[in-house]
Design a protein around this ligand. Structure first.
Ligand code: KIV
Length: 283
């Protein structure tokens, strides 16, 4: 297999569905990279599922940077997308290019930005224009955008009435015009996602946006059943790793408490001759 490129992702539109998952560390990235996954996203959901923070908005750039570097070390085949944290572009849009370049240096192939409105022209379009001009591949993200969910009435499906559905179509078209190579549609009615997908030349990747998108993304820890604090309707859990991990660790604790671990197999020994010398010295 050779490394998937932005061009490969663009070529898949209408031909082959794009499979994408989030990933936050080297070990999982190794597993994912062997599965034929097209894109791994170092999502800022890292804030919730790994760091235990309440809001993705509070994650720092250095936290996202370290995890991006770890994932990039393992991703030999899949395209690595680094999620720009709130502090790196929404807080001060002028800093976006500087931070995005650091992600690319850390091994990311592209960055992702969530749609946001800003004061004057300091909005999402402004940031995307700057990033594209700096030759940094950009993935857009519209619909439910967790970094600004507080401005959207919380974690709710977006585009459920005519005006908000039309707004989403307009945002998608604008992002395409500005040069993003794909767009994530999060928590959008499937009819609206289907319309946007049909209107765009670039691929759409859905999360809670139905089956008509060009690809799908989910949070890795949801798919593996590792994060059970919330269970969104759109998640499909493929394995219950929380329960399996808990069972395994109970057995470990049990073995340690009863001196069943370590056994001879897991222990080192000194040769009888050397041991005899030690004993003599100790007399
Ligand atoms: O941070 C994240 O996990 C995301 C999603 C699209 C899954 O942005």
């Amino acid at each position: 297999m050779s490394k998937i490129t932005i061009r490969d992702i663009l070529k898949k539109k209408g031909k082959e569905k794009i499979a994408m998952l989030t990933c936050y560390d080297y070990s999982f990235a190794r597993i994912l990279d062997d599965t034929g996954i097209d894109v791994v996203l170092v999502g800022d959901s890292l804030a919730n599922v790994v760091l235990g923070l309440k809001e993705t908005r509070t994650i720092s750039f250095s936290e996202m940077f370290n995890h991006t570097r770890a994932v990039a070390q393992a991703a030999e085949n899949s395209l690595v997308v680094a999620d720009m944290p709130y502090v790196s572009y929404q807080l001060h849009p002028k800093n976006a290019v500087r931070y995005a370049k650091k992600f690319i240096k850390a091994g990311a192939d592209a960055v992702k930005v969530e749609w946001f409105y800003g004061k004057g022209n300091n909005d999402c379009a402004y940031v995307v224009k700057d990033l594209v001009a700096a030759k940094i591949p950009v993935m857009g993200h519209i619909g439910l955008t967790p970094q600004t969910a507080h401005l959207l009435g919380g974690f709710k499906v977006q585009g459920k009435d005519m005006q908000s559905a039309l707004n989403l179509v307009a945002q998608a078209k604008m992002l395409q015009k500005l040069g993003v190579f794909s767009i994530i549609l999060e928590c959008v009615p499937y009819q609206v996602a289907r319309l946007i997908t049909a209107k765009l030349k670039i691929p759409t990747i859905g999360i809670g946006a139905g089956k008509f998108c060009d690809g799908q993304v989910l949070v890795l820890y949801d798919v593996l059943g590792l994060y059970k604090k919330i269970h969104p309707k759109f998640v499909k859990m493929y394995v219950d790793l929380y329960r399996q991990t808990q069972n395994a660790l109970h057995r470990y604790v049990f073995d340690v408490k009863r001196s069943r671990f370590p056994g001879a197999k897991e222990s080192f020994s000194i040769s009888p001759d050397e041991w005899a010398k030690v004993r003599r010295k100790m007399r």
